[in-house]
Design a binder for this molecule. Structure first.
Ligand code: PEP
Ligand code: MG
Length: 843
């Protein structure tokens, strides 16, 4: 009798089987059938059918059974739409009963028949009859009367004999699997993996190939794949177990064979060379036709190969890149598809050292995963200790309550940074990402006693200076001791993927780079220039800080100029070096932004040193420092406000840029520098500063007797600048949206303090995400959109970009493309992620 229920389909090449209705496994099996691979007879039950089964509405079981040969054993496997969503475990050997056991004992021998029957009774008891899994614990399964004992135990516990007919057994299995899928915990589990609430489950019923027997030929089961899951490199991998079924070869303790000939022990290739070759050919055919690296599940029955299933090979991010690239190089998939297959953020795993996820983790604290990668080192609590440690060649982790520009040198010297305070745009996070330094911020569950040189974990464990910890900036975790690591993998496959991505991108990708090292990283990742060079970091170097302080303390404009005169050659050298590294690529330099008091000492010893250096009474110095103190420095005397009120600083910087332009252009590719003014909010600010910078340019041209061009632009990072973009744009070649400050000011949310309550806000759904991390398209995005429209209305050729931390986030890039931004600029190490995300959007 044949089934005529449209939701129960024998898988043939033309049967109406679809992933969206029957699940991925059913569809894959149909593909294997179409390839003419030796797949046992299989029937697919649709999502609808399984749903009805869960509700207690069983299909005509006699008709279903009739699709299979008489007496054949069956197995049932789950088939969810996406294999990653999981599903109930497979049940094998349905149909085993006393009569079949007796018959099989004649064919394959009593011990093998016992194994099949015992396994089935156990699976049925737990999954279908829902008996206690410990029920059979006391029974020795290898004893000759084990079967009698197991059947008796079943009967006593279930209060009925073990069912003996295939329809009853199969109905029980189908019902239990269907119901398991609809249970609350299974639903929550798959929803966590991205499944929709109403995701369906299909089931496949397949006739069993035994894999156990006493014929002369080889029998057994195994899995095989053609690549290594960790690296993606070609290598035959898998396991095979003689006289076994299903995935028994993968169970720990199984005496599995190697697949290929191997000096370490016996192999399938030796034992059954023809079967091995056939499976290898089948796997290669699957790779080509299914356009994917597949793990093949096979059974050999008396030398005959059967292909039971194919699943996508499990893979690390690194292997995923190599697999996709190799498939494209072999012409199996187009390059565009290789690009689409890689999750952009997963590239972080390749770009940095990572903790080996298979190793045990001793987590002592968690925080915001602010800069990816992992590093191990001895704890130090100050920037100077970090430098001393680096000088000794000892890797260290800089532990601070929070970092400030004074810590930069220590951060350069450290292998990783951990802070108690701060969020994704805090100082430590921004600098950490720029340096490619693993960083966890906002680890407020740990106790930071930096003055006592103590760090205490929530479980009470105390770590002191010199103790070894590992910072996992990818996960936002702190681990005790040195964790085993994977090295970064910027191999040929990665390079190929990046080249293809660059070809597909329709939005520019630049890097935020402040130092020659940043610029070099930017170039290594083929950034199309520097989109933001924050110049303030250049003033924190030891030899410059004193001059900077002299400048701050100067009473007259002349004195200020005299101090800046000393900084000029240093700045010029900084810019020449950047231009040289960038080889004619655009470099956008942002003039001085932070409040001046960031450059002044905060403690008494520092004040005394300063008084000594400036030859002034301590009281004068203290008073002066206090007078610069601000209630709200982020909204105070910084950015263009300094440019307007203390014009000498910008004038010196402009001169350094222009002189460096001439120097660099003489030696290498011509340079057209871009000068960017931070924090503007009014047209007049822009006019004033531009006039002065134009005057400096004219003076340098005259003095040097040489010409050059430059581009002038502003950061749009106050709401007013976005709203008044039409007034501001006529004076500018470009706008760069500083979405860090723009987010801070749009929400009225301190970027340095928001970390304290951000997780509570996100958990309670007040904000869908941390807006410093993912661009708030509705609010900040609205301002951005207005800024773009109004700016371009006044000046259609205005170049637009974004240089806040959002520049490297795939979601924000989608928004930037949509509103017509020309390029994004992000930390150098995020350039590959941004490029791949942008390429995917363009494909
Ligand atoms: C910004 O505000 O978005 C920006 C890029 O500048 P910074 O982070 O230096 O304030
Ligand atoms: Mg800013």
């Amino acid at each position: 009798m044949q089934q005529n229920n449209p939701d129960i389909t024998l898988i043939t090449p033309d049967a109406p089987v679809d992933t969206a209705t029957h699940g991925g496994r059913a569809k894959c099996l149909q593909r294997l059938v179409r390839l003419d691979l030796p797949v046992p007879r299989t029937v697919a039950l649709s999502f609808d059918e399984v749903h009805r089964i869960a509700a207690g509405e069983m299909p005509d079981m006699e008709a279903l059974i009739a699709i299979f040969e008489n007496e054949e054993l069956l197995c049932v496997r789950p088939s969810s739409e996406d294999p990653d969503w999981g599903g109930p475990g497979a049940v094998l050997n349905i149909g085993m009963n006393d009569a079949r056991h007796a018959a099989l004992s004649e064919i394959i021998g009593v011990p093998s028949a016992n194994v099949l029957y015992l396994r089935f009774i156990q699976a049925y008891s737990t999954h279908v009859a829902r008996l206690d899994p410990d029920l059979f614990d006391a029974i020795d399964m290898t004893a000759s009367d084990a079967l009698t004992d197991v059947l008796r135990a079943y009967e006593e516990e279930a209060e009925e004999p073990f069912p003996q007919t295939r329809p009853v057994q199969l109905a029980g299995v189908l019902r239990s699997m269907a119901r398991a899928w609809e249970g609350t915990s299974a639903r929550l589990l798959r929803q966590a993996k991205g499944a929709p609430a109403d995701a369906g489950l299909g089931l496949v019923v397949q006739s069993m190939v035994l894999g156990v027997g006493e014929g002369d030929g080889e029998s057994g089961s195994g899995v095989l794949q053609l690549v290594d899951s960790a690296t993606g490199l070609p290598q035959i991998k898998g396991r095979y177990l003689s006289q076994a079924q299903g995935r028994a070869a993968l169970e720990s303790g199984a005496k599995a064979l190697y697949l290929e000939r191997d000096p370490r022990g016996p192999s399938l290739q030796d034992k059954a060379p023809e079967a091995f070759e056939e499976i290898r050919r089948d796997a290669a055919l699957m790779r080509e036709k299914l356009r994917e690296e597949m793990q093949i599940e096979f059974t050999i029955d008396n030398d005959r190969v059967h292909i039971l299933d194919g699943v996508r090979v499990q893979r690390t991010a690194r292997a995923a890149v190599r697999i996709a690239v190799q498939l494209a190089k072999d012409g199996v998939i187009p390059k565009e598809e290789a690009l689409i297959r890689i999750e952009p953020r997963s590239l972080n795993e390749l770009l940095h050292r990572q903790v080996d996820t298979s190793a045990p983790r001793d987590v002592i604290g968690t925080g915001v995963a602010a800069s990816p990668g992992a590093a191990t080192g001895r704890i130090v609590f100050t920037a100077s200790e970090a430098q001393a440690s680096a000088a000794r060649g000892e890797p260290c982790v800089l532990v601070r309550r929070e970092t400030s520009p004074e810590d930069i040198r220590g951060m350069h010297a450290a292998s990783a940074v951990l802070t108690e305070r701060g969020g994704i745009t805090s100082h430590a996070a921004v600098i950490g990402r720029g340096l490619g330094l693993p960083c966890v911020v906002g680890a407020s569950s740990m106790r930071f006693q930096t003055l006592k040189s103590l760090l205490t974990a929530p479980d009470g464990r105390v770590f002191r200076e010199g103790d070894i910890i590992t910072v996992d900036g990818t996960r936002g975790e702190i681990l005790a001791g040195a964790a085993p690591m994977h090295e970064p993998a910027l191999d040929d496959a990665f390079q190929a993927l990046m080249t293809w991505a660059a070809g597909a991108c329709d939005i520019g990708i630049r890097a935020n780079a402040d130092t020659p090292a940043d610029a070099q990283t930017a170039r290594n990742f083929d950034a199309q220039g520097i989109g933001l060079c924050r110049t303030e970091h250049m003033f924190f170097e030891e030899d410059r800080l004193t001059v900077m302080r002299e400048m701050i303390f100067a009473k007259t404009s002349e004195d200020r100029r005299a101090a800046l005169e000393q900084l000029l050659p240093m700045q010029r050298a900084d810019f020449t070096e950047l231009f040289r590294i960038m080889q004619g690529q655009p470099v956008c330099i942002r003039l001085f932004d932070p409040p001046l008091h960031e450059f002044l000492p905060t403690d008494r010893a520092g004040l005394r040193d300063l008084a000594e250096a400036l030859n002034l009474p301590l009281s004068d110095v203290t008073r002066r420092v206090e007078s610069l103190d601000e209630y709200n420095p982020m909204l105070g005397m910084r950015g263009v406000r300094l440019g307007v009120t203390v014009p000498e600083i910008y004038e010196m910087q402009a001169r350094a840029i222009f002189e460096a332009t001439l120097d660099a252009s003489r030696e290498g590719a011509p340079v057209v520098p871009e000068i960017m003014i931070p924090l503007v909010s009014a047209k007049r600010e822009v006019e004033l500063v531009k006039t002065r910078i134009d005057a400096v340019a004219a003076a340098v041209r005259t003095e040097k007797g040489a010409g050059f061009d430059y581009r002038f632009g502003v950061m749009v990072e106050t709401p007013r600048a976005a709203l008044r973009a039409e007034d501001i744009a006529p004076h500018c070649h470009f706008f760069s949206f500083g979405t860090n400050d723009l987010t801070q000011m749009t929400y009225g949310l301190s970027r340095d303090d928001a970390g304290r309550f951000m997780s509570a806000y996100v958990q309670q759904g007040v904000f869908p995400e941390d807006p410093f991390h993912t661009l708030d398209v509705e609010g900040v995005g609205e301002l951005l959109r207005l800024g773009v429209e109004r700016g371009r209305r006044a000046r259609p050729d205005l170049i637009l970009s974004i240089c806040g931390e959002h520049g490297g986030s795939p979601e924000s890039i989608a928004f930037c493309r949509e509103v017509g931004i020309d390029y994004v600029s992000c930390s150098p190490f995020r350039v590959p992620v941004a490029r791949l995300a942008a390429a995917q959007l363009a494909i």
